[in-house]
Design a protein around this ligand. Sequence first.
Ligand SMILES: Cc1cc2nc3c(=O)[nH]c(=O)nc-3n(C[C@H](O)[C@H](O)[C@H](O)COP(=O)(O)OP(=O)(O)OC[C@H]3O[C@@H](n4cnc5c(N)ncnc54)[C@H](O)[C@@H]3O)c2cc1C
Length: 495
Amino acid sequence: MEMPALDRDSLAKRDRIVAALRAIVPGEGVIANVTEMRAYECDALSAYRTLPMAVVLPASVQQVSAILKLCNDEKIKVVPRGGGTSLSGGSLPLGDGIVLGMGKFNKILDVDFQNRCVVVQPGVTNLAITRAVEHEGFYYAPDPSSQIACSIGGNVAENSGGVHCLKYGLTTNNLLGVEMVLPDGSVIRLGGRHLDADGYDLLGVMTGSEGLLGVVTEVTVRILKKPDTARAVLMGFPSNETGGDTVASIIAAGIIPGGLEMMDRPAIHAAEDFCKAGYPRDVEALLICELDGTAQEVDHLIDIVAAIARQHHASFIKVSESEEERTRFWAGRKAAFPAVGRISPDYLCMDGTIPRSQLAHVLKRMEEMSAHYGLRVANVFHAGDGNLHPLILFDANVPDELRKAEDFGADILKLCVEVGGVLTGEHGVGVEKRDLMPSMFNENELAQQQRLKCAFDPVQILNPGKVFPKLHRCAELGRLHVQRGALPFPDLPRF
Ligand SMILES: Cc1cc2nc3c(=O)[nH]c(=O)nc-3n(C[C@H](O)[C@H](O)[C@H](O)COP(=O)(O)OP(=O)(O)OC[C@H]3O[C@@H](n4cnc5c(N)ncnc54)[C@H](O)[C@@H]3O)c2cc1C
């Protein structure tokens, strides 16, 4: 993975920029020494690390606005950062840019039960939103496994998902509005407490924009009433194929479970060793299926799901009998990533999405690739959404293993696209999948996406080197449209 060459002009301005940032955020809000900046040198894709020129931690919208205006005027790159849990390198610093940490934006501003929404600052963790409303029987549905640490601003930027997103939607389906600061320092609002907004769906554009379009400074999300009953069913299978086919059959039967997750043998063992969740050890694949609704509806659906599992040769079926047991079934799944971290020095967590009917085929191909590369793979994924998370196990201290793991990961993602899927389900493109974008989009499509970026960020200060495989100056993209000598955007500087 290569990043764009460092910009010497930016590096030469470092002392002046740090002083200007200190004037905007006095006190401890600017970190410029190497030891303290180490905490920011990577996100959860820790195979890649870079020290930024400085880290700035604003505490008000006015400060964010002044910082962005300064950087825009001085052409200094900015990497917005929430909890730093991105798995695609989205918040990886740039050596010639600053990190804009949003950790001090940690307040819940309003809990509005009447309109069933909550207004928060972007540094609030995902789980804190549910914690703030659960006493009234409400919750915030998207629940990434990182929910204890990831910020809602990061969730917006990555359009994050979780085990309950199959039925209740991803961040984009639960987001009502944002306040954001554009790179020139101007502050805008998209959406609000109401269900929909007029005009272009700019809130939709902003969701999943990976810190490339603006910095989110306030978030309004919808909250849902907890279902009357929720029960989880564990189902064990003799092969990945039979597990995968069961997933496809459950959805094909018209059932949308609250969650439908799958783990393969290595992941089952790692999670069981770590959490004692009650998983069977003598199966090749495990499904966790949660049914929710009224007690009667849930009982009825459990019967259908269990019958489908038996048709696909399930050797183990266990229904949770208490809330404590249901939580324990999920604990293993939610801790599966750290659990796999105990059995391998390093792993790369991939994230691709495929049509559900292709699950069995793709899992089979992955086994073949695993043998080809000589690297183990553990699978933990949102099976109901067709969202795969193969964890490729490797040891960064063994020469060439990181490169092999990256190549293996790239092959998996190309396979996802080949079978009609997409490069990412929820972790974003970042730097991790940036160079694979041409396997999914043609030149015209990529250029059109970058024109959208230019409409928000003409100087391209926000998170450059992420998402797009080639950096284009905005004026270059404009130049593609010159027709009969009429120059579009004549006011834009040409290079
Ligand atoms: C153990 C583990 C489990 C995970 N499980 C899941 C899962 O189940 N589902 C899932 O979807 N993801 C999961 N993730 C990935 C990650 O937690 C999500 O992508 C999360 O949304 C990142 O939030 P963050 O606050 O950590 O953002 P960061 O990592 O700080 O940043 C992520 C991106 O958002 C941008 N950004 C951050 N804050 C702002 C802001 N205020 N304004 C504009 N841009 C901003 C950054 O520039 C960057 O591009 C997991 C990660 C880990 C480590």
